[in-house]
Structure formats: structure tokens, C-alpha cells
Design a protein around this ligand. Structure first.
Ligand SMILES: [Zn+2]
Length: 328
């Protein structure tokens, strides 16, 4: 007998809204648009992956489409045992078509909270800037996110190709977000090495880092992450699929944990990579050899590092202890 990982309380922190769309929903949206279902596998590079992501996103054209995707992402998290989900969302993608940036964000917040309440869990939005655009746009996005701090937005992120666009120009945007009480959670240490992680810490005040795994290349940086209790929101399958690491066997998750770095497990873009939140926990057990004690620790860190209300975290951590002490 083994413990059921679906029953392990956890949070899903590193999940991009459109990248977590169900394949069946993608097919429905393509059929409604009268177009072929976009390819969402077999990318040869990060830029090709980005094109596939945008092709899938482009099929979301109505408020109902957006609400459906938000609702299903929350439902899928709940099915995987999440008590909290924090979808990453870039509102400008829908501005014009679905209203102003405030109106677009309000749709995501409203549907996320509605769907989460229906499942007895919580949902907070991460407004995520894209680094290929002008840092001035990120400042505006941070101001938008700040207006909803405490009422639906909990964190501020930065995604897209970090190898081409380092973090430092986005310092002002992250200062605005942090001043509003939002968690700073940029991507770093995935497509770029330790310098990007230092930049995320020093310029953006990162409290959580999406990926961050290439910190392993710099022992002093690993020590700093451990000492400062920075959380790395790790996505092993994404790292293998995008050739950030050559194989699961060579994934640095266990070495980061051994060094005392707080890590969480996440799906990133399940539409493009395959496994969702639960799938990543199962892979971490079967492929990376993580014990139930260690998986429970990752789950604890995911709740503690999230934007969830304190009572949800306290309750979730107590339920993790129950999961761990119950006989498998
Ligand atoms: Zn990501």
C-alpha cells in the first residue's frame, strides 16, 4: 500500500492559465472557431513552445471561453488535491476583445473565486508580466495587480524568455507590486543561469522563484536560497521537455532539497508538457525517489509560500500531518 498523493493537501503555485487548458477544451475552442486544433507538443525550442502557447491562447475569444478555462484549471487543481491554486495570468492578451485590463482581470478573479468556492478550496491570481515587452508595461500591470491586492490578486510574476531579457529592467514594476503586499515570484534560473537568480533576488525582491533550478550551478547561491528561505516553484517535466535538464535522473531537485532549499512541485503548462500537479507528485515519487515525508514537506512549503489566507495554510498543514501519520 502507498499513500494516495491525490489526498495530500497542497498548493499549485506555478501554473500558467492558458498552458493549463484541458486538451478537450482546446479542441472545443478550435472547433467553435472553425480551425484545426493547434499543435501543442513537439516544440524544438523555447521560442517554438511560445508560439504554440500563443496559438492556444488565441482561441480564447469570449468571456465564456475565459471563464471556462479558469474554472477548469481550478477544478483540475482541486481534483489533484490542491487546497489553493494560483494561476499566472497576463491580462493584456484579452484587453479590447474582453474589455479593459481591469475588466479582464475581474473576470479571472471572479471565476477563480467562484469555482474555488464550489470546490471548497481557494484561488488567487498571479498577474504575470512578459519580459519581451517594455518594462513600462510591466509597471502598469503591477499597478493593475496592486489595485486587486487583498481582493483576488496575491502575487506578481515575470515570464517568457529570460535568456534574452534579464530581470533588472523590471525592478520598478516589482517594487510597485511588493509595496502593495503582493508576493514577488518571477521566473529565473531556467533558461538563464545563476545570474538571473541573483537578479531576481536583488532587483526584484523575489520571495518565490519560478524554476530557479539552475541556482545549483552556484553553491553560494544555493546557500543563500536556503538561508533566506526562498521558495523554488519547480516543474520537473517542463525542465526535461524544454531540455533545461537532460533527463529526470539529472534533475537537481533532490540536490536542492538536500542543501536545504525550499521547493514545491508544479505542472507549469500541463497542456504542453503532459502531467498536471498530481502527475508531478507521482513522478517525483516514482522517478526522483522522493519519500512520503519529503513529498509532504514540499506540500507544506507550497501552502506556506502561497498567497493563501493564513487559516487555509494552517488547516492545510494540519491535514498534511494527518495524511503523513495515517497508515499507508
Ligand atoms: Zn512557468
Amino acid at each position: 500500500m502507498v499513500r494516495d498523493l491525490a489526498r495530500l493537501p497542497k498548493a499549485h503555485l506555478h501554473v500558467h492559465l492558458e498552458g493549463a487548458m484541458r486538451p478537450s477544451t482546446l479542441a472545443d475552442l478550435a472547433a467553435a472557431a472553425g480551425v484545426a486544433v493547434p499543435t501543442v507538443r513537439g516544440y524544438a525550442s523555447f521560442s517554438e513552445f511560445g508560439l504554440q502557447y500563443r496559438a492556444a491562447s488565441a482561441l480564447i475569444t469570449t468571456e465564456d471561453d475565459l471563464r471556462r478555462v479558469v474554472r477548469e484549471v481550478v477544478d483540475d487543481a482541486a481534483d489533484d488535491g490542491a487546497l489553493w491554486v494560483e494561476p499566472h495570468f497576463y491580462p493584456p492578451r484579452y484587453v479590447g476583445q474582453l474589455g479593459s485590463s481591469d475588466e479582464v482581470l475581474q473576470i479571472a478573479i471572479d471565476e477563480g473565486q467562484r469555482a474555488a468556492a464550489a470546490r471548497g478550496i481557494g484561488c488567487g491570481i498571479m498577474v504575470s508580466a512578459l519580459r519581451e515587452f517594455d518594462p513600462a508595461e510591466a509597471v502598469e500591470l503591477a499597478k493593475l495587480a496592486a489595485r486587486y491586492a487583498g481582493t483576488g490578486v496575491v502575487s506578481f510574476g515575470l515570464a517568457a524568455d529570460e535568456a534574452l531579457y534579464p530581470p533588472e529592467p523590471f525592478a520598478e514594476a516589482f517594487a510597485v507590486a511588493r509595496d502593495a503586499g503582493l508576493i514577488s515570484a518571477p521566473h529565473a534560473g531556467e533558461l538563464a543561469g545563476p545570474a538571473s537568480v541573483y537578479g531576481a533576488l536583488d532587483a526584484l525582491g523575489a520571495q518565490r522563484i519560478c524554476h530557479g533550478i539552475r541556482a545549483i550551478e552556484d553553491p553560494a547561491l544555493v546557500d543563500r536560497l536556503a538561508t533566506d528561505e526562498i521558495v523554488l516553484d519547480v516543474c520537473p517535466t517542463s525542465n526535461v521537455m524544454l531540455a533545461v535538464v537532460p533527463s529526470f535522473d539529472e534533475h537537481p531537485l533532490v540536490r536542492l532539497l538536500d542543501a536545504g532549499v525550499r521547493c514545491t512541485l508544479n505542472g507549469d503548462d500541463p497542456l504542453l508538457f503532459g502531467p498536471g500537479l498530481l502527475g508531478e507528485y507521482e513522478l517525483a515519487r516514482t522517478t526522483l525517489g522522493l519519500s512520503d515525508e519529503r513529498l509532504a514537506q514540499l506540500a507544506r512549503w507550497s501552502l506556506a509560500g502561497s498567497g493563501a489566507p493564513a487559516e487555509l495554510v494552517t488547516d492545510g498543514v494540519a491535514r498534511i500531518e494527518e495524511w503523513l501519520t495515517a497508515a499507508p
